[in-house]
Design a protein around this ligand. Sequence first.
Ligand code: GLU
Ligand code: MG
Length: 445
Amino acid sequence: MSHKDHEKVLKTVKDEGINFIRLQFTDIFGIPKNVEIPAAKLPEVLNKGIAFDGSSIEGFMRISESDMYLQADPTTFAIYPWTLESGHAKTARIICDVLLPNGKPFEGDPRYVLRRAVAEAAKLGYTMYAGAEAEFFLFRRNGEPSIELHDRGGYFDLNPLDQGEETRAEIVVALEKMGFEVEAAHHEVAHSQHEIDFRYADVLKTADNIVTFRFVVKTIAMLHGLHATFMPKPIAKINGSGMHTHISLFKGGKNLFYDPKDSYNLSETARHFLAGIIEHIGAITALANPLVNSYKRLVPGYEAPVNISWARINRSALIRVPASNTPEVSTRIELRSPDPSCNPYLAYAAILAAGLDGIKRKLKAPDPVEENIYHLTREQRQERGIGSLPGSLDEALNALQSDEVIKSALGQHVLDKYIEAKEEEIQEYRLAVTPWELEHYLDDY
Ligand code: GLU
Ligand code: MG
């Protein structure tokens, strides 16, 4: 980060009359945290960082020390546009890296986990690009969040402006003011469900963008009296929310995934990367589908993947190869399993590590499956070697625990804290007696 970046930020803060800066980072679950400083303190913080107590941040606690530093990444400076309106203190944010007092990166910082994976790729000359399609629901908020629908719209519906459409438009405006290039915004399949797609970028920037995106969506929704949720399956028996992720790998400005001679336009490198994802999908799922609730989305019938396969058109596949009219630049693979509740730094670090492992070991991708897998019988799937994604968080954690590549991508600190927290979550869930159980068992047994 250059002196020039600092100067630019300080000038904008002065010109726009910004009052406060939020120094942002995320905990191990990808939940944004921040320390707020008055603008006058910014020059000092940009130069020296700022100390904070990490002991109460989820996944940060260390036995021996809790003093940590935030080092601002000035390239991530953005003003919260809604605070420029009267009645608010004008506020901007900067995303930070978390350091130890000795100036070394803190290995529990999820952004550092992704930085490490990015550096591994860079050693081979690779840059991974990622584009995310985060879906979400907008529910009514009657003081408290609810799951009350506010519209009856469906996929791509053009409704007279209702509260949800209007809120989505305001979200897009806010994102654009923060520097996002929004490519599309539409109603999704379920009532009250929406999707906003923003332009792909290098994987670290996209992970930063996802955290920002979720925060902006929730904030603008709340300002409109709605509750936005990225929970993967808030309502049973209708579509859940996914975060399909488009992936490509570049070297020296060239898309390494493109090969015009291949029937899918996919290069050998792309096929190895894809095979790496398939090889490590169990462990990836523990990170890309991190909640007990995530596994209620990964069931047949709701456009979410269940089986481990790839294809061009087939939307029941785990990985799709989208068609493109500019294949040289935009040949890519689309991983359809991640959901928007994940910590994108950890999920994307796992995906990148898996892909690199596929390339290094020259793993061979299985044959594509173009028919609807939901229509194949269990035997037919078995004959063709089509496996299934983990059926529960517990199963996914087991896969993670036996996957050395993904474990080493996370590093010991994050791995231990993540598994500890998720095992606790599973245990708590087991203690709950659900309405379904009462409905099915109370009378008959
Ligand atoms: N909502 C679906 C999912 O859970 C995806 C729908 C779509 O194809 O965009 O992944
Ligand atoms: Mg969608």
